[in-house]
Design a protein around this ligand. Structure first.
Ligand code: ATP
Ligand code: MG
Length: 203
């Protein structure tokens, strides 16, 4: 009966967009926690093509970011990775990500998972109202950022607390550049991939 109920209500699909340069345990804990809290069937990680907010910064090749995301999520049967933003090319806009995932999953309910910092940026987006029609938004706590409801449309955004991990990709890159360890901040396979591909060596 439980799986019949799951089928009849449609799949609940979490969407975790990010640069993932590199993916770290903060991303994974947020996805895992939201999947449990919202009874999601799957969380799909979507590495950005070129993130429009970061176009003036150096971002690692999409293929490296994609492979690190695959390595980090491979063991979890609930996690998957999508190439849609990478293969679309050009700057990534969340509205395109959600539209493409909607086309691939016409019957699924979409839940877009985002950290407090990224959620605050939504307000600066051109027409955030349209986004809230495309998915339910879930804002998660992140150390160093305040999670506040600035008056989102009713019922469109849930703010939730996840175990605090003060990890950022920026810090991981800086640590590698300085020769400091990133063991236990990112999955072991990602540490080895970064070292094999000599990513982040020059800061
Ligand atoms: P960078 O420092 O390069 O910006 P990042 O650590 O912020 O990297 P992103 O790929 O930019 O990682 O983030 C993808 C998503 O994950 C965003 O919604 C972001 O808010 C969220 N996120 C990142 N780190 C954490 C964390 N430690 N706890 C909760 N959410 C996080
Ligand atoms: Mg970020």
């Amino acid at each position: 009966p439980a799986d019949r109920a799951a089928r009849s209500r449609g799949r609940r699909l979490g969407v975790m967009g990010g640069t993932f340069d590199p993916i770290h345990h903060g991303h994974l804990v947020a996805a895992s926690e939201v999947a449990n809290m919202f009874d999601l069937d799957e969380v799909v990680f979507v590495p950005t093509g070129r993130p429009w907010q970061k176009s003036d910064q150096l971002v690692s090749p999409a293929e490296d970011r994609y492979l690190m995301t695959v390595i980090a999520t491979a063991e979890n049967p609930q996690f998957s990775v999508s190439r849609i933003d990478i293969d679309r090319g050009g700057p990534t806009y969340t509205t395109d990500t959600l539209a493409d995932l909607r086309a691939e999953n016409p019957d699924a309910e979409l839940f877009f998972i985002t950290g407090a910092d990224a959620l605050n940026q939504i307000l600066s987006w051109r027409r955030p109202g349209d986004l809230f029609d495309q998915a339910h938004f879930i804002g998660v706590t992140r150390p160093g950022h305040t999670l506040t409801d600035p008056g989102f449309p009713a019922g469109s955004v849930s703010l939730v607390e996840v175990p605090a991990l003060a990890i950022s990709s920026t810090d991981c890159r800086a640590r590698v550049a300085k020769g400091q360890p990133i063991w236990y901040l990112v999955p072991d396979g990602v540490v080895r991939y970064i070292s094999k591909r000599r990513l982040y060596r020059d800061g």
